[in-house]
Every structure is written in structure tokens, then in C-alpha cells.
Design a protein around this ligand. Sequence first.
Ligand code: SRM
Ligand code: SF4
Length: 586
Amino acid sequence: MSTEGDTAAPTGVDRSCDLSQPLEKLHPDERMKAESNYLRGTIADSLLDPLTGAVTQTDAKLMKFHGIYQQDDRDLREERRRQKLEPDYQFMIRVRLAGGVCTPAQWLKLAGLALRHGNATLRLTTRQTFQFHGVLKGSLKPTLAGLHEALLDTIAACGDDTRGVMSSVNPHLSALHREVHELARRTSNEVIPVQRAYHEIWLDGEKVVSSEPEEPMYGPTYLPRKFKFGFAIPPLNDIDVYTQDVGFVAMAEGETLSGFDLTVGGGMGRTDRAPHTYPRLGDLIGYFPKDRLSEVALAIVTIQRDFGNRADRSRARFKYTLDDKGLPWFRRELEARLGFALEPARPFVFTTHADDYGWTRGSDGAWHYTLFVENGRIADTERLRLMTALQEIARVHQGEFRLTPNQNLIIANVPAQARAAIDRLLEGHGLHGPNRASALRLNSMACVGFPTCGLAMAESERYLPVLIDKVEAIAQRHGLAGQAIVTRMTGCPNGCARPYVAELAFTGRAPGKYNMYLGGGAHGQRLNRMYLENIGEERILAEIDRLFARYAAERVEGERFGDFVIRAGIVRSVESGVDFNRADPA
Ligand code: SRM
Ligand code: SF4
């Protein structure tokens, strides 16, 4: 979105950057950032190099700050190596789309770019944005130029900066949703780097000669690591607010927003066999009125900028800064920078972190249709021509599209008189079909994994649907067919589908092998616990069969699976992220 007009620097926040540690003592990426000429590196030259489909290693790292990841098709890696060819280099592009809202015109542009320059799919992500996969080096500039034409950009969609800002999509509370989404959008615009390099490299913008500092808030080394904000609107915790570095929980009377409860220090990422890394749920530390939002957001970013660990990237996330220095220290530092104290947190209740499918009506009378998009992949397949169907809907839709944090799509703000036409298109293209899937599938989510993710150790997006087929059969046998169990899978322990707050989760260890987790809270309020390590499908299904048999026989009325496995002593509840890594089948 355009960043102009709403980026006023708030008062009370020191935006200067003071990096006192010498670069030699820090992680090599700190020097790389410092020497990159504010993220320019040699990207422009790398793009012109005709001898390879790749860019240099340093440019690949710098391009993340521009929202672009260099990847290769891992299905072809071995064969190309045998043929002595370089890997099949291609790029993933992630759009910055705070709160996941886009217009039908933007949808059509995005679909067109994916068809022309990508692998003809769009991927809806767990942070409510779009990813293009399979973009070749020569198509990067046209894709980013196309996004610019649609008033979209990819600034800070990845990299050591403040990433995509999430915002709850609760369609019932129309006015509140609009206001919170607008604040999420404004926050995103305020916390991203200025990045003149982006305009110069991708949009052939003029080099700006200015005596002003190029990055007044970030300075030349940006943040120690990625940093994430999210806005939740109770009773829906769809954004998994406790997994955000910084969470803002909207406090409202009716639909009148007064301010936000603040959570700090959430995060999912961990590494197997590295006990100093762990998922952590954010702590609720207070409340502030809505007109202080900019100050609070910027003050927290600058605290992490100044105190985050720049020597060890495995401990560089904000959650570790908090654990190393302590919450009382953080509160003092925050309040000193703000010049005012946080008020006590106000009460709120979350009931779910799942989506509600089908048609619902907002408080302003407009209609919204939530469509299940399995693992967020929009493509034309033999079974469903989703890409084509959604383009047809976008051609007539008068409202907007909203991407949910569960990788689903809301055709939002459909006026009452237009509902029948949208319904006809949904029916005609078979799009009501996905919403009739089992409760298990409708509550499942997988990260991308193979073949594009360079960090994947096991299949994820391509495997979870197959596993769910088999788990559905087991659920059926135990009379649990209608039971919603939040199930998430990732191809590695990084946690991109937020698996550690799911009732049932799998994280990849090696091809065909997964760690199995049980016991996450049904609205994202409790971490799950590792149940078994490094197991294959046969064992997974045998365990699920055993667990479902007990759940069917022993659960109490209305008891969720995640709560049951703890009450039954199958796993113990994790008290804090720090003891997460102790595997604990009871
Ligand atoms: Fe993620 C890295 C995909 C949400 C934690 N993530 C990656 C990369 C870029 C792999 C890489 O570094 O080479 C993946 C690209 C795969 C591909 O081919 O597209 C990737 N992450 C994704 C997405 C697309 C998964 C999805 O299926 O939707 C999500 C994009 C979100 C977005 O729109 O910005 C995505 N990643 C998350 C989340 C969930 C969230 O933020 O709500 C997490 C856990 C929360 C957190 O940050 O703690 C997450 N991704 C990671 C990590 C581990 C970070 C850590 O603290 O250790 C990595 C690896 C890293 O940063 O070193 C990672
Ligand atoms: Fe890749 Fe791992 Fe993230 Fe899945 S969880 S997308 S495998 S980094």
C-alpha cells in the first residue's frame, strides 16, 4: 500500500540508533548489513548477470529485506546435480499486506502476475499475505513493478525488520474491524524501513541525494532478527496473539475501540536438539489508550534494536531479549522511553483461533463468505479450478478480499443485493465443496515445506492433506467425525504454521519423519508438548488411533482434545517456553 501521508513520527520516542558494540564481535550478518549501503549491496548487478539464475549469496540475504527469497526447486535438485547443472534457481516473493485486505482489482493484478511470472499459483500465508513462487530472476522486476501499479509493495516482508502486521478478521464486528485494520496498516507503514534502495532497484527510481539519515530509526544494521506485530479482536484469537513478538488486543465497548492490551515476547521458532531455542507465549503486561499506539509500537522496536542479541542469531529474537533481561527490566525501559506508565491489563476472553466458514453477516448488514483454502494454495487443479473461479468472482465483487491467519479467504463486504450473484459463482465453480470438508480438515494448516522451502526437512503442504484423509477414517471409526481438532504441520521446527499452539501437531525431522505434539489450547492460549520424536506415518496413525479411542471413551462433555490429553495425563502442560524442549510423554 502507499506509505505516504500516514507516517508521522510520534513524539516521545527516541529514533536515533546507537549501536555501541564493535561489528567484529557481532554475527557476520551485522557487518553484511552495515556494509550493504542500506540494503543495496550488488543486487542491481546480480540481476543483470546472465550466466546464472541466482544472485550472489550476500545479495540473496539482502533481498529478503526487499521481500524476496532465493530458492531452488528441491524436487529437481538431485537430478540437476547429476546432470552437472546449477540448481533450478527461482524466487519467492512475499507481498506486504497489513491485516490481509485487498481489493478485487488488486486480486486480479496479483493473479495475473502469478500466471505470467510465477508458477501460476498464489499462496495465502499464515500471516495473511500472498506469496508468489517460482519467479525467475528476469521476472523479478516486472513482478515488483506490477505490484507497484496495484499500490502494493514487498518492503520488509522478510529480513531483519518489522514484518507483515497481522490483524484479526472477525467479520461480525464491522466498524471495529475497519478501525483495527486501519491501525494495523498505519503501524506497518510506520515501522518498516524507509528503504530508498527498494525504489531505486526495483522501480528504477531516481537516487535521492539528501543530507537526512537514510534510515532514521533502523540505522545501518536494522534489527537483530525478524520482528512481528499482530492485532487481535476478542473473542477471536485467529492471529494467535501470544505467538507474536508484540500483540495488541483490542479493548472495545461494543464496537468503540478504547485501546489495547499489550502482549510481548511471543515466538514459535526453535531448533531440534538446541535447548536454548524454544517457542514462547507472549506475556500480557498492560493496557494503553489507542492514541498512544504509534509511540508504543516504535518504542518496542527501538528497544529490540538496541538490546537484541546481535552476536548469536539463534538467540536474537525479542523473546530471548525478554528472557535474558527480564520482564521488569523491559517494562521499565518501555515506560522510560514512552514517558508514561502502562495501565493494568483489562479483562478479555478468547474463544477460538479457528475460522468460521460460510456466509456471515456483519453488524453493518454486509455479507462475508469465508472459504476454506486447503493450506492456502490457490491454483487450478483437476479437482478444483480455484485460481480461475476467484478471478471470476473478483471481476464482479464490489467489496474486498480478506486473508485469514489460517490461510483461508473471506469474500468480504458483499452488499445484500449482490450476494445471490456471488453465491451462483461459488456454486458454479464448486467452491462450496471445500467448506463441506470434515471438521478435522477445516481446522488443519500446513506450512509450505517442499519443494520450495530451503529449510524443509520433511513434506508439509503436500503431505498434510494425505495424512488427514487417513486421520479422518480413524476419527470416523471412533465416532469423532464432527470433532474439530486444531491440527498443524510444518516441514521443520521453525514453526511457520504456528504448530506449537495446536492441539495436535507435527514438525518435520527428516523425509517421512516427524515430531508429534499434543495439548495446545483451543484458542492459542497454551503451548503443546512434544509427545513422540522422529516417527513415521505408521506410528503416527497407530498413536492417533489409540489417543482417539481414549478421547472418545473418556472425554467429558464439550472437552477439547487438547485439554483432554492434559487432563488424562497423556502429556503434561508446559509451564513456560523454557521447559518446552523436554520431551514428555507421560
Ligand atoms: Fe516462516 C523461514 C514460510 C510464517 C517462523 N518461513 C521461512 C522461509 C522463508 C524459509 C527460509 O528462511 O528460507 C519459508 C519460505 C517457504 C516458502 O517456500 O514459501 C517460510 N513462514 C513461511 C510462510 C509462507 C508459511 C505458510 O505456509 O504460510 C509464512 C509466511 C508469513 C508471512 O506472510 O510473513 C511463515 N514463519 C511464519 C511464522 C508464523 C507467524 O509469524 O505467525 C513463524 C513462527 C512465528 C515466529 O516467527 O516465531 C515463522 N520462518 C520462521 C522461522 C523461525 C524463526 C525463529 O525465530 O527461529 C524461519 C527461519 C528463520 O527465520 O531463520 C522461517
Ligand atoms: Fe519451511 Fe520450516 Fe517454515 Fe515449513 S516451517 S515453511 S519447512 S521454514
